[in-house]
Write a protein that binds this ligand. Structure first.
Ligand code: F6R
Length: 262
């Protein structure tokens, strides 16, 4: 893994946007993996600047979101199909017909989840996947105890996740109980992973993901199994990393692209 500790949260987003833009420019038929939540918002804003400046064209890029709530109406402002359209597709000038979100409203959500997994593979796989991390170490909505080999499926949200996401809803009880999420195995199939985190609330999860054992109890620790995973964090999110000074040293002495990878 490459660990990049930036000066602040703004630089987390700028750095992630730079890595993502490079990956998409390199790809023949680029596929971008999308996350929702607060963490990637700054990266999306920097990507939108590149698009507005004419330095990046995402009009032909296909997109796949990580997850969706089960049973939330598509027009609900917090359904991920709404969030992706509002926060990603429109500002990044993507083609809405090329951007996909799991169908949490399907009559058979289990079949919809399996079909979604197949559709990612049929598109040739994800070139670069942006990830946030839950305070409990989840990626996508793969909660602790998820299989490291899991595929896209229906999951029950952890109480901690529902409490954390209650800020987006009028009442805590409005947060859905279930979701469809790409599995950890699905996420690991992406050719490059870029995980972003900022704030002290993510410090324990980042330390467990980067320096803890690889375990389903910390789903983000699966990134240790990926050959091209980049973790971009601000100083607060890095504050529990035992080797923070080493990661800074490696990054400062990075001789060439990739030289910082463990
Ligand atoms: C969102 C997702 C989640 C979030 C995580 C962090 O699509 O898959 O894993 O990335 O819950 O959420 P924030 O960024 O809101 O702290």
């Amino acid at each position: 893994m490459e660990i990049i500790i930036t000066a602040d949260a703004e630089e987390v987003g700028r750095t992630a946007a730079t890595v993502i833009a490079e990956a998409l420019r390199r790809a023949d038929q680029p596929v971008l993996g999308l996350a929702t939540g607060s963490s990637p918002v700054t990266a999306y804003r920097h990507l939108a600047h590149l698009v507005a400046a004419g330095e990046l064209d995402l009009g032909g890029v296909r997109g796949f979101a990580l997850d969706e709530y089960v049973g939330l109406a598509a027009e609900h402002p917090q359904s991920y199909v709404s969030v992706i359209r509002r926060d990603v597709v429109e500002p990044l000038r993507m083609d809405p017909s090329l951007v996909h979100v799991p169908d949490g409203r399907a009559a058979d959500v289990y079949a919809a989840a399996a079909a979604y997994d197949r559709s990612i593979a049929a598109a040739g796989g994800v070139d670069v996947q942006i990830l946030g991390i839950g305070a409990n170490g989840h990626i996508g909505f793969n909660e602790p105890s998820s299989s490291l080999a899991s595929r896209t499926r229906v999951k029950t949200l952890a109480e901690r996740t529902r409490a954390d996401n209650a800020r987006f809803f009028d009442r805590p009880e409005d947060v859905p109980m279930h979701c469809i999420t790409q599995g950890i195995g699905t996420i690991l199939d992406a050719r490059q992973l870029v995980l972003v985190a900022a704030g002290a609330g993510k410090a324990a999860a980042i330390a467990a993901a980067v320096e803890g054992p690889v375990s389903g109890m910390c789903p983000a620790s699966a990134l240790q199994l990926h050959p091209d995973a980049i973790v971009v964090v601000d100083p607060a999110a890095a504050s529990q990393l035992a080797l923070a000074d080493y990661y800074r040293y490696v990054y400062a002495h990075k001789a060439a692209v990739g030289a910082g990878k463990a």
